[in-house]
Design a protein around this ligand. Structure first.
Ligand SMILES: Nc1ncnc2c1ncn2[C@@H]1O[C@H](COP(=O)(O)OP(=O)(O)OP(=O)(O)O)[C@@H](O)[C@H]1O
Ligand SMILES: Nc1ncnc2c1ncn2[C@@H]1O[C@H](COP(=O)(O)OP(=O)(O)OP(=O)(O)O)[C@@H](O)[C@H]1O
Ligand SMILES: [Mg+2]
Ligand SMILES: [Mg+2]
Lengths: 256, 256
């Protein structure tokens, strides 16, 4: 059986894709088979792992709208043990194309059942919105991992996200857990970062990961080479942080 | 007559809201009457200007779905000459609530006609998506201003945004201009920033603003005080940059 984690936060630019790519690669480096699902029409996880977005690329769009199977759309990556279900701009119309379709919020969940035995972890990179794509990810997930920048606007959106999680639990009867809250782009020199971090630890307590991802330019450079940080610059602070995060996720999941 | 500018980029966290608030305030400081329209369900422009999101707050939702008039929903702010049409989480459902409504992409455009004589500039802060709210902003706008971080993922999304602009021009026959491409969170010490900036200047030429917004922590601190940077820290690099940007926007518009 696999564990499925949705990497989500409707606030834009907080490190969802960077976390999806690098946590997936760090888990795979522990001899774990991992599937990364890109559910954002920007397709940043897809290009960040070096997948070319040709016109005939099979993507998550084909799963959600054309009823294709995941095994027919999955690609291997340069990272041993890490496969990806890509995304591209065709996803832009999905919110409207699925209007009126029965159980449209659970399509991804149903499709992932077919590959659950093949992967130990399935990570889903979500778009910056509380839309049908994010809802599909939440319904398919066992837990959510929330990357969050320690800044004012990021703090504001967290309660909306938790409201959405409660709605998924109550109206769909789906027992969604919290994998953890991840502080990203952490710059300990600024008071703002330290203040917001303290607020988040007070609000979320143990749910905040001990691992903190520092601001590290190598993390922003890696995707332009189509590689995760572990391949692009294994000695960097960014790489060490994501290796550490993978260890913490594995240790927490053993305890459950 | 007023000039309406949509501040848009589907890439998340590139400085759309920060630009909307601070350009609006800097224009108002030139004795210009400005309306800032918040069209993002996160409501960051709304809280960044100190507006409390009470349950009975009238917002853009009431304009789009309840057919209220803009004059009934507009709020003054602490900045002389700057009004805001707020947003809150009720907007989350709008993409689906307007399905099937005739001319749903032009509601905001029609509503803004009623206040065009009251404001010299109308700025619209868009969500990180190419959805119906952004389409409403593009249809209502004379031009788009695209904040962009000089990083790999931000570069990837620009061609999709330009495709959307072309579609608005062709299928809706709406002559949307480019106000400019704004480089934000610019850190001249990194090669990545310089490389991506060079790529953008090559691709967009004159459309790239001469004014560049540097990374400046005071810009991230200001919204937690509910103030634009011009009030929070008028001597900061961030404040100077947005004052400069307002001058450049005014000079460009004189020439048109
Ligand atoms: N720890 C970090 N240090 C430095 N740069 C980072 C870090 N994490 C992410 N970045 C960079 O910041 C930008 C935003 O990160 P990313 O794209 O991963 O966020 P996101 O939440 O997926 O954005 P979106 O909401 O658009 O999907 C990217 O250019 C990325 O390379
Ligand atoms: N020039 C800058 N220097 C430092 N911090 C900045 C700068 N511009 C914006 N920020 C901070 O970066 C974060 C992202 O900016 P902002 O929220 O304005 O982007 P956005 O494009 O509106 O995001 P979204 O896609 O979620 O709407 C915010 O916390 C903001 O305070
Ligand atoms: Mg992303
Ligand atoms: Mg914003």
């Amino acid at each position: 059986m696999s564990r499925t984690i949705a990497i989500t936060n409707q606030k834009g630019g907080v490190g969802k894709t960077t976390t999806a790519i690098n946590l997936a690669a760090a888990l795979a480096a522990n001899d774990i088979s991992v599937l990364l699902v890109d559910s954002d029409s920007q397709g940043n996880s897809t290009s960040g792992l070096g997948i070319q977005k040709d016109a005939d690329l099979r993507t998550i769009y084909n799963i959600l709208v054309d009823d294709m199977e995941i095994a027919d759309c999955v690609h291997t990556t340069e990272v041993d043990g890490l496969d990806i279900l890509p995304a591209d701009k065709n996803l832009i119309g999905v919110n409207l194309e699925l209007v009126g379709i029965e159980n449209r919020e659970s399509i991804l969940k149903r499709k992932l059942l077919a590959v659950a035995d093949k992967y130990q972890y399935i990570l889903i990179d979500c778009p910056p919105a509380l839309d049908l794509l994010t809802l599909n990810a939440l319904m398919a997930a066992d837990a959510i991992l929330v990357p969050i920048q320690c800044e004012f606007f990021a703090l504001e959106g967290v309660s909306e996200l938790m409201d959405t999680v409660d709605r998924v639990r109550e109206s769909f009867g789906h027992p969604l857990q919290i994998e953890g809250i991840l502080l990203t782009m952490y710059d300990e020199r600024t008071t703002l970062t330290r203040q917001v971090a303290a607020d988040l630890r007070e609000f979320f307590g143990q749910d905040v990961f001990k691992t903190v991802i520092p601001r590290n330019i190598r993390l922003a450079e890696a995707p332009s080479h189509g590689q995760p940080i572990l391949m692009y610059d294994p000695g960097s602070k960014g790489s060490e942080a994501y290796i550490q995060l993978a260890k913490e996720v594995l240790a927490n999941d053993q305890k459950r």
